[in-house]
Design a protein around this ligand. Structure first.
Ligand SMILES: Nc1nc2c(ncn2[C@@H]2O[C@H](COP(=O)(O)OP(=O)(O)OP(=O)(O)O)[C@@H](O)[C@H]2O)c(=O)[nH]1
Ligand SMILES: [Mg+2]
Length: 687
């Protein structure tokens, strides 16, 4: 690999619906640029990009993968991302390291769910995008239908063909470049005159292209509206500006497996993807916000956007340099920990291959190994200039399973294995939920969590069983109540005696309080901690359904003790039992976690989503329009959305996405509470 300056680098993320051909396209470009002599196939697990065992097993991409290629004095860092929605974290990380997105579309299906989601993400980030209509060699491939479906579904008229295909399916022979009005035939892209039968179509398409170029620049539009013809350079300039300002989305076409259209595509990436120093990112220094652009002589700032824990290499941290440069043996500092270390291991990466590297300049992507305190989201800088590049925002997990070790041996390894799989993926989390005494693994969907469980087994040697997680209910009371309890054990051996009179009162939002109104020494204060111990044991394990008790004030107001038989254990027991009695008399209720759910769907599904919320005890809080989509906000009990990711996908044919955020606890309706309590009783009787 030659050495490249910042302005010669282009970082582009490949996005799009699963199966559109992103990975195959990277393989074809590697082949076209001579990096590999034979193209691998996704089906055989022989591509450079899909190198992970799970990817081979499932035949889809799961991780992002960095694939640098060299073309025309330029280094194109292709970042292949997964199309399957569950792996959205990889898309977010990949886009974070790139200046633009290449949206790969299938020529038969046109705009699909994954295309829409990818495009929306690029729009939200205001990053330039280029479309590649792939698989033109397939039966029923139809370029103009595909373009039309993009314009309609994405509600964007500025999706403009820069090429048209010559033929389709078996007859797909080449492409026409509309800017220079030339044909490029076969995998070699041999220049040729435009075949007659395609001339009219090409000229018509070129009119739209010229118009888009003119509209992208004030001077050009004036000239254009005056009826003057734009020169080729003016057209190029207008398109350049338009694409970089996200005002125009160029459409190219070809076939990755057939190798047609690849050179023109690489030319387009080189021309229209901004160089790293043409865009800036937000960062912070001493708490002050600043914009950082990828200048090699700027302060050192390299952001870790991906972490892989490899069995042999150890920790691999993928770094995108956003400013300055790093070189082997220099001292670098982790802005989060403040710790400095010598940079011993620096590499370029291509798929799973690492190659030694001396220097990583601003704008480029590389890998650092064996720096164990580095995490995704960290920034590498120098001790004299501590600054952090703002990391991307990752969504809250949507789907959870309870995990438990299969064997004794697994139980000691489960913690580290969970830590490793979650370190590799910012959208994967795990938690020990005290309320339900479960360890819960959380991700973006069923497949996402299933992959993590497989990884724990295959990669980290830990087998776990999964089960539906319990809802972390809480128990509390709604009125005051009193009770008395006498604990007396005076038959043979050391006796036990304690009597406690207690009142419990609701303590909204207050957690827990203990108080004494005992007078006349009815109970020595030395026994109060014992009583509290008893209360706390109940609060951890619950009274009515085995869930933690919250928001209660316990007041001991009277009692009795025995000079000999009263002791710690006696008052613990009395404290425990009297608290339970008082609690049960205080109209106890279950509280359930309520989440705010924000669902984004194409308008036609809005009604279904809203009526569906009604069947989930949900309350719609509001709606807003966003492009040609509706965002519905609702508050819904967690218990009703445990499988929402699967339900929403089937309700909206996969076109709906959502986020969830915990909001508050509120009482469970009595008919629902009765079921939860009955289930707890059943489980308790089985133990
Ligand atoms: N006929 C034809 N098939 C293609 C072409 N490009 C890719 N394919 C096939 O399409 C299938 C999916 O290709 P992938 O490269 O895995 O698609 P992807 O977009 O990476 O999919 P995800 O990783 O799941 O997002 C594979 O069977 C490829 O062989 C093409 O140009 N023509
Ligand atoms: Mg792929």
């Amino acid at each position: 690999m030659a050495k490249y300056k910042t302005e010669q680098i282009r970082n582009v993320a490949l996005l799009g619906h699963g199966g559109a051909g992103k990975t195959t396209l990277t393989e074809a470009l590697l082949h076209r640029t001579g990096v590999i002599t034979r193209m691998g196939r996704v089906e055989d697990g022989s591509t450079v990009s899909d190198w992970d065992a799970e990817e081979h097993r499932r035949g889809i991409s799961i991780n992002l993968s960095v694939i640098p290629i060299e073309f025309d004095n330029t280094k194109l860092n292709l970042i292949d991302t997964p199309g399957y929605q569950d792996f959205v974290g990889e898309v977010i990380s990949g886009l974070y390291a790139a200046e633009a997105g290449l949206v790969v579309v299938d020529a038969v299906s046109g705009c699909q769910v994954g295309t829409e989601l990818a495009y929306d993400r690029l729009r939200d980030l205001e990053k330039p995008r280029i479309v590649f209509v792939n698989r033109m060699d397939r039966e029923n491939a139809n370029f103009s239908n595909a373009v039309q479906s993009l314009r309609t579904t994405l509600n964007d008229e500025k999706i403009v063909p820069f090429q048209i295909p010559i033929g389709s399916a078996d007859a797909f022979k080449g492409i026409v470049g509309l800017i220079e009005m030339k044909a490029y035939m076969g995998p070699e892209g041999k220049e040729a005159p435009i075949p007659d039968e395609f001339l009219a179509e090409a000229e018509a398409a070129r009119v739209a292209l010229i118009e888009a170029a003119a509209e992208a620049d004030d001077e050009l539009i004036m000239k254009y509206l005056d009826g003057e013809e734009l020169t080729l350079d003016e057209v190029r300039h207008g398109l350049h500006v338009g694409v970089k300002n996200c005002a125009i989305t160029p459409v190219y076409c070809g076939t990755a497996t057939g190798g047609i259209g690849l050179d023109r595509l690489m030319q387009a990436l080189r021309r229209y993807v901004p160089a790293p120093n043409e865009r800036s990112v937000s960062a912070s220094k001493n708490g002050a916000e600043l914009q950082l652009s990828s200048e090699v002589d700027g302060p050192v700032a390299g952001a870790v956007f991906k972490t892989i824990i490899d069995r042999y290499v150890g920790r691999m941290s993928y770094v995108r340099m956003f400013s300055g440069k790093i070189s082997k043996d220099m001292q670098i500092t982790n802005a989060r920990t403040g710790k400095s270390a010598r940079l011993a291991n620096l590499f370029t990466v291509r798929g799973k291959e690492l190659q030694n590297l001396d220097e990583l300049v601003a704008g480029d992507i590389g890998v650092i190994t064996k720096m164990d305190d580095l995490q995704t989201g960290d920034t590498l800088c120098t001790a004299d200039q501590i600054l952090s590049v703002t990391p991307p925002h990752y969504p809250q997990p949507l789907y959870s399973v309870a995990v438990s070790p299969v064997t004794q041996a697994d139980s000691s390894k489960m913690g580290p294995a969970l830590a490793s799989v979650t370190e590799e993926d910012p959208t994967l989390r795990y938690q020990n939920i005290t309320a339900t005494k479960q360890t819960v693994l959380q991700g973006m969907g069923e497949t996402h969590v299933d992959v993590a469980v497989h990884r724990m087994s295959q990669k980290f040697g830990t087998n776990v069983e999964t089960a539906p997680p319990k809802v972390p209910y809480q128990e509390t009371i709604t009125k005051s109540a009193s009770a008395q309890y006498r604990h007396k054990k005076q038959s043979g051996g050391a006796g036990q005696f304690a009597e406690v009179h207690m009142r419990v009162e609701p303590l909204p939002g207050g957690g827990y309080e203990f108080a004494s109104e005992v007078f006349g020494g009815a109970i020595s204060s030395s026994f109060f901690p014992s009583i509290e111990k008893g209360i706390k044991a109940v609060m951890d394990n619950g009274v009515i359904a085995g869930y933690p008790v919250v928001d209660v004030k316990a007041i001991v107001y009277d009692g009795k003790e025995h000079p000999v038989d009263s002791k710690d254990i006696a008052f613990q027991t009395a404290g425990r039992e009297v608290f339970k009695l008082a609690f049960k008399a205080a109209n106890p209720v279950l509280l359930e976690p309520i989440y705010i759910v924000e669902v984004t769907v194409p308008d036609e599904y809005m009604g279904d989503v809203m009526s569906d919320f009604n069947t989930r005890r949900g309350r719609v809080l509001g709606m807003e329009q966003k492009n040609n989509r509706t965002v519905v906000r609702a508050s819904v009990p967690l218990a009703e959305i445990m499988r929402y990711s699967t339900d929403l996908r089937s309700m909206t044919q996969g076109r709906g996405v959502y986020t969830i955020e915990f909001d508050h606890y509120e009482p469970v309706p009595s008919h629902v509470a009765a079921e939860v309590i009955a289930q707890h009783k059943e489980e308790a009787s089985e133990e």
